[in-house]
Every structure is written in structure tokens, then in C-alpha cells.
Design a protein around this ligand. Structure first.
Ligand code: SF4
Length: 187
């Protein structure tokens, strides 16, 4: 008699399919993944749509649910208000991370997921400790578990190298800036 093992549900906040490609491989056997594209920071809308289409392609490859959050642009600008002039990696980014992770955690609760995490932490351009601290704090408030890079099972360096290779194989869309209008200006 065959038995089906039910995997715990994890909501994966994903901002691009590049960072999500290998992370999907690492998490797929441990969790039922729900891909959550909640990125009101991305500017312009055309770029937002390109990244979204690529993430939808990734979710389809894994036969997984894809959910799009609100493209709440005005709310995002309100969230980072006063920090527009900060460099990438400065004081604006933790506000941007928190907004997206808080919504991801809310979705996790609504979907009956026990875990959530984000592709953001795998990017070499992002501070995984800052993201880990924010995610863990939000998780505690809602009784969830947030997976940090240390929980992914491989080093950040290896994940990045493997994800780039995999993304090329899948021909995923590759952006050349973080996402917000201020990150375009700084290039
Ligand atoms: S640079 Fe990236 S992480 Fe920082 S505020 Fe802009 S979109 Fe968000």
C-alpha cells in the first residue's frame, strides 16, 4: 500500500526567477511551495510584468501555485518615504524588505502555511542578515517559521552560482537592476 507524505506548506516570496531557480530545487522536496509575487517596488510596470511572467514560468515548471500580490505602488512609496535618496543597501531597503515580508507572512497564515521565506536573501546584492532578522521577527509575531539562508542547505555563494546556471538553461528573464526607480538611477 502506498502512502502519500504531506509536506508542510511554504510561501516563497519571489521577486525574480533568477534567484528562485535553484532555491526551488533546494526546497521542493521539503515543502509544498506557493510562489508569491509581491513586489510593488518594481518600476516601471513593464519591468514588473517581465519579471512576473518569468516567475510564472518557474512556478509552472514546478507545478506549483502562483499568487500575485497587489501592485501597490503608492503604498510602497509611502513606506519608503524620506529615504528616497539612500543608496542601494542603505536605509530604504530594510523598509522595502519588511513591507514585502510582512505581506508574505500574512499570506502564509491565510493559506495555512507553516513556513515562509524569500528569494531576496540569496542575492549577492542583498544583506541576508538584515533580511533574516526582519523575517524572523515577523515570523515570531505570527507563529510562523522563517527560513534564513542558513536553512537552505547550501552556502549563499554556491546557491548563486548554481542559480545563474539553471536560470540560463531555462532562459529566464534577467534584470539588470534591483527594482525601484532609485536603483535604476544609481546604475
Ligand atoms: S534598491 Fe531594491 S531592495 Fe532597496 S528599496 Fe529599491 S527595490 Fe527595494
Amino acid at each position: 500500500m502506498s502512502s502519500t507524505v504531506t509536506k508542510p506548506k511554504l510561501v516563497l516570496h519571489i521577486c525574480c526567477s533568477i534567484c528562485g531557480a535553484y532555491l526551488s530545487e533546494l526546497l521542493k522536496d521539503r515543502f509544498e511551495i506557493i510562489y508569491y509575487y509581491y513586489n510593488p517596488n518594481i518600476h516601471p510596470e513593464e519591468e514588473y510584468e517581465k519579471r512576473k511572467a518569468s516567475v510564472q514560468k518557474l512556478a509552472a515548471l514546478y507545478n506549483s501555485e502562483f499568487i500575485e500580490g497587489d501592485y501597490a505602488v503608492q503604498e510602497w512609496y509611502k513606506t519608503i518615504s524620506g529615504f528616497e535618496g539612500e543608496p542601494e543597501g542603505g536605509k530604504r531597503c530594510p523598509l522595502c524588505f519588511r513591507m514585502r515580508l510582512a505581506k508574505t507572512a500574512q499570506l502564509a497564515v491565510a493559506k495555512g502555511a507553516t513556513h515562509f521565506t524569500t528569494t531576496l536573501a540569496t542575492s549577492p546584492y542583498k544583506n541576508e542578515d538584515v533580511i533574516g532578522a526582519i523575517g524572523t521577527e515577523i515570523a515570531k509575531e505570527l507563529g510562523l517559521t522563517f527560513l534564513t539562508v542558513a536553512d537552505f542547505g547550501e552556502s549563499k555563494k554556491d546557491i548563486w552560482a548554481k542559480t545563474r546556471t539553471l536560470a540560463k538553461e531555462h532562459n529566464f528573464y534577467h534584470q539588470n537592476y534591483c527594482g525601484c526607480t532609485f536603483s535604476i538611477w544609481k546604475k
